[in-house]
Design a binder for this molecule. Structure first.
Ligand SMILES: O=C(O)CCC(=O)c1ccccc1C(=O)O
Ligand SMILES: [Mg+2]
Length: 386
């Protein structure tokens, strides 16, 4: 394919109300849409929505790097293969001349640190374009046996127990079978009232997952999970701080539910340790599951690699957005469809948190699921998302 146009457009998403986590709250998200056009007028879309708290680059570094990459991509040819997409993003110098990718990174000075959001945006735009050229949904490039639809969890964003219970009832009425709520950053008594209100509102059959965003100390996590486990939990995301895998391992050993590592995947060192069956962690997997945020991991292909390696160690994996726009959530849904297992719901129902979510798009969950469009690529129209 030949890239005849490559443009970068700023994207700013306002939340209807701030989403509170134990590590601060989000009220706006800022990033970029990447738009690539080939010689036949086909368009590929990608999105960067940096999340520096999870180890991505800042918005300004992301914009500079993408601007430089896109200007050197313009006018270039690359092969019509996933390999060519990987080659184009490879940070390694082209020691073996394969001639498939463009190796844009080799043409620029290395950025000051990891730039996963920029990688994500360019990879997604190239994969979207490649899938369109091949006339297949994007997930088919990731896995031949990709599933046609993915389960999605609802994110309960309210603070007080009554409002949370109401939000939970509504989500279940809409068809969600998995609910997620943020905990920690407040007293255990308050969190217990919140969790109890949700469980009493929805009954015993709905799956309830918690997300502490690393906000508990190890003793806090043990005390909190002993208490909150009483209400029946599917899993808890990142109970303890990201960089202490041995604490996470100990918490998992005695927790009443599965522990999922999330922020721990944000640093290359911790991610490597998590995926290396470290004898320090007793040889076995540190936790039951890993959370795949494509924006943090640098794209869908790295996300798939992490999922495969996790599966080999006995860890499950599920995908969540990082409060991204429609384009990145669409890519995340395609990754979810290609994972080894689709048992754990993906955290992709965040559209209703935004003030100006496009009213109609195929990635709006229906009855707690996203059915992937059968149209080529992501199946998104640039006019709808910008
Ligand atoms: O899982 C979801 O439904 C939404 C994703 C989410 O909670 C999130 C959004 C932005 C930043 C961090 C997180 C997180 O999972 O910790
Ligand atoms: Mg999380």
């Amino acid at each position: 394919m030949r890239i005849v146009q490559a443009t970068l457009t700023p994207l700013r998403l306002e939340l209807l109300q701030p989403l509170k986590t134990s590590r601060g709250s989000y009220s706006t998200r800022e990033g970029f849409i990447v738009r690539l056009e080939d010689e036949e007028g086909r368009v590929g879309l990608g999105e960067a929505m940096p999340l520096p708290e999870f180890g991505t680059e800042s918005l300004s570094v992301c914009g500079e790097v993408l601007g430089a990459w896109l200007s050197s991509l313009k006018g270039q040819f690359l092969g019509d293969t996933v390999r060519a997409v990987e080659d184009t993003l490879s940070p390694f110098p082209p020691t073996v001349a394969r001639g498939e990718g463009v190796r844009i990174r080799a043409r620029h000075p290395a950025p000051p640190g990891p730039v996963p959001a920029a990688e994500h945006a360019l990879e997604l735009a190239l994969l979207d374009l490649l899938a369109k050229r091949q006339g297949v949904p994007l997930c088919w490039l990731l896995a031949e046996e990709a599933r046609p639809e993915v389960l999605v969890s609802a994110l309960l964003s309210e603070e007080n127990p009554e409002a949370l219970a109401e939000q939970a009832r509504k989500a279940v009425a809409e068809g969600y079978a998995t609910l997620k709520l943020k905990v920690a950053g407040r007293s255990l008594e308050e969190d217990e009232r919140r969790v109890k209100a949700v469980r009493e509102a929805v009954g015993p059959d709905v799956k309830l997952r918690l997300d502490a965003n690393g906000g508990w100390s190890e003793p806090d996590a043990k005390r909190s999970l002993d208490r909150l486990g009483w209400y029946g939990l599917e899993l808890v995301e990142q109970p303890t701080p990201a960089d202490d895998l041995s604490a996470l391992w100990r918490v998992q050993r005695r927790a009443p539910c599965m522990v999922a590592a999330d922020e721990s995947l944000g640093s290359p060192e911790t991610l490597r340790a998590l995926l290396s069956a470290d004898p320090f962690l007793g040889g076995g997997p540190a936790v039951g599951a890993v959370v795949l945020k494509p924006m943090v991991l640098g794209g869908l292909l790295p996300g798939l690699v992490v999922a495969m390696r996790a599966a080999r160690l006995g860890m499950q994996a599920y995908v969540t957005s990082s409060l991204d726009g429609v384009v990145a959530r669409a890519g995340a849904a395609h990754l979810a469809a290609a994972l080894p297992s689709g048992a754990l719901a993906s955290g992709l129902a965040v559209g209703q948190l935004f003030a100006r979510e496009p009213p109609m798009h195929p990635y709006q969950p229906v009855h707690g699921r996203i059915r992937l469009p059968e149209t080529p690529g992501l199946g998104l129209d640039a006019g709808v998302v910008m």
